[in-house]
Design a protein around this ligand. Structure first.
Ligand SMILES: O=C(O)CCC(=O)C(=O)O
Length: 274
């Protein structure tokens, strides 16, 4: 790493090789974005959501690996949408400020915060499989496609506890892959799933606490279950898109809340589920 690369205050200077890798592969792993002390303070807030000390409305608290009937204490991928909507003191935290700096270097100065999300797999939830998908299958298609989706590891994230896996280069495909609702219909669960083809190469990316991966809205990705008996796999997602794309989403009433009446399954188009 050059002396000028990495963290300085609210900025994280991305190496030119990493910018290139992001555009070529559709994702990149950046090390040491947050310090241990910074992760500890985010982790405290994170656990207030997990313990349900901060109320989260309806389907914004759900399990992404199963349908809505699963009892809360058995969730395998605890999914909390829009934590900063439910705890506004989280807005503009140090992670968001560093992610903004990175997003602008990867995709340009127009990049702004779109949404946040917490995704936690408790230990020994071997069925905590996050189905293969492209984020765009869940989102409205916007004119400006630039996206930097951050995935911050709160725990060391490994093959054993269910780290992210990507299909490099899949973001460059012209057509979105076919996705279908994992449980047959969006009223049973929010989750969409695509299947990999024989020629797809999956690349697991193991990262340390305080590191991030950043991916594009068309990069195929997913993750396996948590086979560790003592380690959680907790991640904090922040998505940045261009200001015009976020405005386009909000104009049609799309906020990434699972309680929005408007949901998207992109092979079918936009559906009103409420
Ligand atoms: O945390 C996971 O396993 C999946 C995360 C994901 O799909 C995302 O960050 O877009």
């Amino acid at each position: 790493m050059e002396a000028s690369e990495g963290r300085q205050g609210d900025d994280y200077t991305v190496a030119s090789a990493d910018i290139e890798a992001f555009h070529k592969n559709g994702f990149v792993h950046l090390k040491g974005v947050l310090s241990e002390a910074e992760v500890v303070s985010l982790e405290e807030e994170y656990m207030k959501f997990i313990r349900r000390e901060i109320p989260v409305e309806g389907r914004d608290f759900c399990d992404m690996s199963s349908d809505y009937t699963k009892p809360l204490e058995e969730y395998s991928i605890i999914n909390i949408m829009l934590p900063s909507r439910y705890n506004s003191s989280l807005r503009s935290n140090i992670y968001e400020r560093c992610a903004a700096s990175i997003a602008q270097q990867l995709c340009g100065p127009e990049m702004v915060f779109d949404y946040d999300q917490l995704l936690a797999k408790p230990p020994s939830r071997t069925d905590g499989v996050f189905s293969w998908h492209q984020d765009l299958a869940y989102w409205p298609v916007t004119k400006d496609t630039r996206t930097a989706s951050f995935w911050l590891a709160i725990d060391n994230s490994s093959m054993e506890n269910g780290c992210l896996r990507f299909v490099p280069g899949s973001h460059l495909e012209k057509e979105l892959r076919h996705h279908g609702p994992l449980h047959g219909d969006r009223d049973k669960s929010h989750t969409l799933a695509a299947t990999l083809g024989d020629t797809d190469i999956e690349m697991p990316v193991e990262i340390c606490r305080g590191d991030v991966t950043v991916h594009h809205e068309r990069t195929l990705h997913g993750s396996g279950g948590n086979f560790s008996s003592n380690s959680w796999r907790r991640a904090w997602v922040l998505a940045f898109r261009s200001k015009s794309a976020v405005e386009e989403e909000r104009r049609i009433g799309f906020t990434h809340s699972h309680n929005d009446s408007l949901q998207v399954l992109n092979q079918v188009g936009i559906e009103n589920v409420a």
